[in-house]
Design a protein. Sequence first.
Length: 385
Amino acid sequence: MSTIPASPLAFSDSPLVRIMKQPFLLGLFLPIQSGGWSPSSLPRSTSWDFDYNARLTQRAEALGFDLAFGLAQWMGKGGTGGEIRFREQSLDPFITATALATITQRIILISTIHVLYGPWHPLYLAKFGATIDHISGGRWGLNVVTGFVPSEARMFGNEQIDHDRRYEMATEFTEMMKALWASPENLTLEGRHWRLMDAFVTPKPRYGRPLLVNATGSPAGIAYAAKHSDLVFITSPGGGHVDAAIAALPKHNTEIKAQAKAFGREVRTIINPMIVCRSTEKEAREYYDSIVAAADVEAIEGFVGRRASGDAKGWRTDLGAYRAVGGNMQIVGSPAQVVEWFLQLKQAGCDGVQLTFFDFAADLDFFGQEVLPLMIQAGLRNHDA
Ligand SMILES: Cc1cc2nc3c(=O)[nH]c(=O)nc-3n(C[C@H](O)[C@H](O)[C@H](O)COP(=O)(O)O)c2cc1C
């Protein structure tokens, strides 16, 4: 496509450049869907509602977190089922991020959007994205997902598109948005899937374009990331147990970064651990066991079945106790142990973590008080970046 916007990395005052000064990126995965990541009925504060997530985001910002981000899922009635009706309720992450932008100052806000569902057109998303980019002062990022669950495509009245073709379409979609963000003139483009005739987008984004992100494990998704993403949310090719993840990640991270380098680009990889942390390992394990003891087995089966119905290539499905707690990988232990695992993730080539918790407000507070100071001591975080 004709025009390419500058990367936010090219602007010394962009939020992306600011967070890159941190040795290890820190993000919060917001629980804007009921049950968060844990199909367990153990009582907790976690809620999908806006006020709860607004307070979490403000707390994360006060603690110096770099990003907050929300997923997008299209669930039928009852969610994945069980007594807790896991994930039946959810907020849209795009509208949520726009609202969060008005009550925060520094934290980067990332919305997941299924760019191939329904009526999206690159012109719409380029316009909406430029608008939230201005509302947030360049703090908005788009997590491009293509939808791996067939029932979601059917909700929009369509059959699921073949995996690699989805990435081919996402590439065209992204290139058209980029051209619209960059072009000083009306633009006419004829793509294979979308066309523009004398199209023009204002306002132009503050720092070239919004941050671009994708979440992937497949060769096609990594090829997309190498060309377009600033951040890639990765999963562990070795499954969710932390030692297996750390063994598998160095090769994975090296390959992703090498592919980006071949295009003269840099990408950062971020992984998503569930943190179960208490003052001692014993207490953390007891906390973990109490979450598992209240597992909602039907909700877990529904969740696993839903995931298995899809074609995501990078995920290994861990079952049993693991699933009741959830997350792409799990870190359980004392504050010092958590920081030790973070150091190992960094050594394995991960540029940061984006955290999930069981009882978000309480566990985030504990993390801020007990883990963050140790991260600073270990050189993983700067106070004043
Ligand atoms: C941290 C993370 C967040 C994700 N969030 C979403 C999401 O909100 N909605 C969605 O449909 N898929 C989401 N995915 C799934 C990805 O879009 C993708 O389908 C999956 O990682 C498999 O990648 P692949 O299809 O390239 O193999 C997420 C994946 C990761 C690792």
